[in-house]
Design a protein around this ligand. Sequence first.
Ligand code: AMP
Ligand code: MG
Length: 409
Amino acid sequence: MLRFLEARQIVLDRVHRMARCHVLLDQALGRVVAEDLHAAEAVPPFTNSAMDGFAYRTADAATASEATPQRLRVCGELCAGQVYPHPIEPGTALRIMTGAPMPEGADTVVPLELTRHSGDWVELLKPLRPGANVRLAGEDISLGGQVVTAGTTLRPGEIGVLATVGCARVPVFPQVRVAVITTGDELVDCAQTPGPGQIRDANIHALCAQLRAFGAEARPFARVPDHRERMEAVLREALETTDVILTTGGVSVGDSDFVKPMLKAMGAEPIFWRVAQKPGGPLGFWMLQGTPVFGIPGNPVAAMLMVEAYVRPALRKLMGYRHLFRPERQGILNEPWRKGGPDGRVHFLRAVVREVDGEFHATLTGPQGAGILSSMLRANALVVIAEEETAIPAGGSVRLHLTEASEDH
Ligand code: AMP
Ligand code: MG
């Protein structure tokens, strides 16, 4: 049977970065920039006042002091958004607000609170250095300067800078559209009351949430009963409207597990089925007319772990991210844990990890059965028990996959 890391690499080899597109700036948060972006304008675009105060010629108050204040005549007032049409004459000052363009002739702004003033005069009580409280054109970003390099993930800070330099449409790698298709006769919507033998569909919500949390566009499809023709119709619709397909349930060897035979009948190329792991053993991966299809087991714990372990890195690659994998650290397991016996499978355990004095300590979230969905609550890491390992003593060293931290490699 395939091992986890081999299977993950096979998936990654099959998916490729999508073609770039342009999006409006307000849709660009979290996207990866497809090319270096340069400033089409200097920032600030004009020299302006950094304070509310008076613009004047420094030389006019070179000898000012508390004892001998320098009085200047106030020649006018200028708010942000206005331009003063005259040069500032010697012996005069212009009342100026923060952000207003510096008038010709003046080179310094004295803040209001450092003056005495009334009506048409202002007194300066000490000399200021030339250029004090003035923001020079281009001092922040020069015209033509590079502001964002290709491959950068856009955060609010980058969005603000791009807005400032007038980049209203941004070249990025697009969001991947993902069809999420849950299967199972027993499933009802979470808003419904399950009848006898029925359960609520957890996966449609959990998986869409996972996908959205890492910037993919999740498209929940109508739930499919364990029925071949219904399955085929939904898969065909997904093929036409999305870039990647996720199915959950029906991928094992039960009598009503139709996903595999259905994909085969539709001519999908089987890449692998089954991985030596727990949970999530019967994971399948196909290419269907160029579209990657993940056949994920229905068990909600397994389903979410498979999205974390395989789907997330693959979709990040499609969306152009440089780093595909969560941080992994060596840590200490606070309690003993053992496999039922040597099984050659990698085990993914849910844990709460805390960093104490630079060491990572992991506590399991409770019973780790694949059906125990509450084991996902509070978990911020997976303890990854390697295929060959069978038991970890309390205090033993384990590999931790940090599921709340952003990718670092
Ligand atoms: P399957 O992979 O179809 O054999 O399903 C394995 C287990 O997961 C069964 O107990 C199913 O009832 C359960 N299951 C399958 N799909 C879902 C779902 N969407 N939400 C919650 N439980 C599910
Ligand atoms: Mg089923």
